[in-house]
Design a protein around this ligand. Structure first.
Ligand SMILES: Nc1ncnc2c1ncn2[C@@H]1O[C@H](COP(=O)(O)OP(=O)(O)OP(=O)(O)O)[C@@H](O)[C@H]1O
Ligand SMILES: [Mg+2]
Length: 647
């Protein structure tokens, strides 16, 4: 139905003068408007008038265009498609034609026009059309730039996969979702849009009301930022870095939240791995420093003990008739032995190499020391030993190995004041982590007790030399230091785990040995025999030399003493030497090892026994020459010498 619009010819009761003035004003207005082309067409589409805006927008002057068909303003394509006629027809039929489209200026350039065509009626008859055209090119390009940028932004946001970028409505329901959200959290947009974002939180965080708190902080402070655990769709956790920004409209009303979540689990893992390595490094540096210190002390201590031990035998012989003196000598001997045992623990801790490593079969070795362990544990404690039948051989210093196990057993006993159970197991394992210097095959030996356990603040110190929680006189704090030193010298490591009130497990890792045990019998094989011959004793400390001479003479040897290697070489040339016993650490150009090598070159048949109270010195010697530990007792010296000369 065509609508009737106000038309210039409409009559009114106003006076004709008023009417005239009003129409003139209106005409001036229309003609003066420059932002709109306002003009009229006759029923056939011929331009009948033209205003300033039309001239400005389309470029034709009034005279140029009046009388021409308005199809002129259309593009050739639109004209060919009959658009001008269709526009008029639509206006007539629908009462209005309202559209945007490309139009052509006089100079041939195009502009985007917003066009309105109204049909004009007079007394029910169509008398023409009013046409208003506006150039909206600029608005359009601004808009399309905006649309482009919005589309690009959309693409950007939805395409980003490293970050979950999404929006929440003011209540916390997810209202948009990007590819990163899907990748990191596992939900598709269909699954998650409309759901509350609290489902990304762990159950305990939900219970604690953290999601709501996050939104209220974001709302009040303008931003919320944190790192924490979040939950994926499959229930797995990841460590997330989260930022929430409130979004407000122009009026300042909250319309939602922008949320950015990043999965930083990897970064966190890398960081904690680094921290672990740093802790291990600091630990091993501390142990090294302590090792050097204790090693130095033990060396001096051993020479002193050697003097004591060596002279006791002489003393006893002299005092044989006086029971009081014999008792005194025995007490000194016991104290010296105890001192020697202590320095030995210290040395094991400080040393980084074993003195007499040999491949052993753990099944045999554990059986061999079962008795010692059982008596060490006492009758209140039950001992179970469980060695895997296929356990690999390991290369260790047997003496140190036994001491380590005794130390662990004694600790377990002390942790079981009312009795309990101790289990020792050995099994094969592969270490992939760089927990030890080299990855690969290891034998894990565990000693487990169900005793009092160790408080968490104490456990970090238990391997430190002299660290003890026991009463004065009860513990020296060297047991675990020895175990630590032993494990590391053997190329392995030691771990401790403990739960207060539940018990403690110590695990020694020893590297799998390439060679099998040479013989299972490592016990006493030397038969006592009379020992004769001349020993060349090379020792820089005269008092130690004196003590050693005493022991050697009691064994039946005659002794020639020299204070250094040079003198020793001269003495050897004088002949008459059957065996050499030399200290390793000596001042001068040549130490005991250099001497031994030289002698082996020039006199390959002359047996050499090296002695040392200090471990570092023993490092390079290893299997080349037998080594006697200072302080040595008569029977140890006897055994070493007879093994040497047995041939
Ligand atoms: N199995 C265990 N159960 C509970 N605590 C233990 C255990 N083993 C070691 N500890 C703790 O570690 C400390 C250090 O042990 P370590 O063997 O080095 O020294 P110690 O036993 O005190 O003295 P000792 O030199 O006589 O062995 C102990 O004092 C004790 O507090
Ligand atoms: Mg102990």
């Amino acid at each position: 139905m065509p609508k009737k619009r106000a038309t210039p010819g409409k009559t009114s009761r106003k006076s004709s003068k008023q009417l005239f003035e009003s129409e003139r004003g209106f005409r001036l207005l229309v003609e003066g408007v420059v932002d709109y082309a306002i003009y009229m067409l006759d029923p056939n589409g011929i331009v009948t008038n033209w205003n300033a805006g039309a001239e400005q927008i389309k470029g034709y002057s009034h005279d140029e265009i009046v009388g021409k068909h308005f199809g002129l303003f259309y593009t050739p394509e639109d004209r060919a498609a009959g658009m001008p006629a269709r526009a008029l027809e639509t206006a007539r039929r629908a009462g209005k034609f309202d559209a945007e489209g490309w139009r052509v200026r006089k100079d041939g350039t195009r502009f985007l026009a917003s066009v309105l065509i109204d049909p004009l009626y007079e007394n029910g008859a169509l008398i023409g059309y009013a046409k208003i055209t506006r150039d909206v090119t600029e608005r359009q390009s601004a808009q399309s730039a905006l649309q482009d940028s919005e589309r690009h932004f959309q693409l950007l946001v939805s395409g980003v996969t490293d970050y979950a970028l999404y929006m929440l409505d003011p209540m916390g329901q997810v209202s948009s979702w990007n590819a990163g959200g899907q990748r990191i959290k596992g939900y598709t947009p269909e699954e998650i849009i409309g759901q509350h974002f609290s489902r990304f939180y762990t159950a305990s965080d939900q219970d604690a009301g953290r999601p709501a708190r996050a939104l209220s902080i974001a709302r009040e402070a303008g931003r919320y930022e944190e790192e924490g655990w979040r939950v994926r769709k499959d229930g797995s956790f990841f460590w997330a870095s989260v930022v929430i920004d409130p979004i407000r409209n122009e009026a300042g009303e909250l319309i939602g939240f922008a949320k950015i979540t990043r999965d930083i689990s990897e970064r966190r893992e890398a960081q904690s791995a680094l921290e672990k390595v740093q802790r291990q490094l600091a630990e091993s540096q501390k142990m090294d420093a302590l090792g050097q210190l204790t090693g130095g002390v033990a060396h001096d201590f051993n020479n002193l003990l050697m003097i004591v031990t060596g002279n006791i035998a002489t003393l006893k012989k002299v005092a044989a008739q006086d029971p009081k003196a014999v008792r005194a000598a025995n007490a000194i001997e016991l104290a010296a032995q105890r001192g020697a045992a202590l320095t030995r623990q210290l040395l094991t801790f400080s040393r980084r190499q074993q003195v007499n490593p040999e491949p052993i079969d753990l099944r045999y070795q554990m059986e061999a020391i079962r008795g010692v362990l059982t008596s060490g544990l006492g009758s209140n404690v039950k001992l179970a030993i469980d060695i895997a039948p296929d356990v690999w051989p390991v290369t260790v210093d047997v003496g140190e190995f036994e001491i380590a196990l005794v130390n662990l057993a004694v600790n377990a006993r002390d942790a079981l004041p009312d009795g309990g159970a101790v289990t020792i197991t050995a099994r094969n394992t592969s270490i992939a982590e760089s927990m030890v210097d080299a990855r690969g095959d290891y034998v894990a030996i565990t000693v487990e007790d169900d005793g009092v356990g160790i408080p968490p603040d104490v456990i970090a110190n238990v391997f430190d030399p002299f660290f003890t929680t026991k009463q004065v006189g009860k513990g020296t704090g060297l047991g675990l230091s020895q175990v630590h030193g032993f494990a590391h010298q053997a190329g392995g490591t030691v771990e401790i785990a403990s739960t207060l009130g539940k018990g403690t497990t110590l695990t020694i890792y020893l590297p799998r040995s390439a060679g099998g045990p040479t013989s299972t019998a490592t016990g006493e094989t030397a038969t006592a025999r009379t020992q004769t011959g001349t020993v060349l004793l090379v020792e820089d400390n005269p008092e130690v030399a004196n003590a050693s001479t005493g022991l050697l003479e009691q064994l039946g040897y005659s002794v020639r003493w020299v204070p250094n290697a040079e003198a020793a070489l001269q003495e050897i040339e004088n002949n008459g030497i059957d065996v050499i016993l030399s200290d390793i650490v000596m001042p001068g150009r040549l130490d005991g090892l250099g001497l031994a090598r030289l002698v082996r070159q020039n006199h390959p048949r002359l047996p050499i026994l090296l002695a040392t109270g200090y471990s570092e010195a023993a490092q390079n010697v290893r299997t080349d020459f037998p080594i006697l530990r200072k302080p040595y007792q008569m029977h140890e010296l006897s055994r070493a010498l007879s093994e040497l000369t047995r041939g």
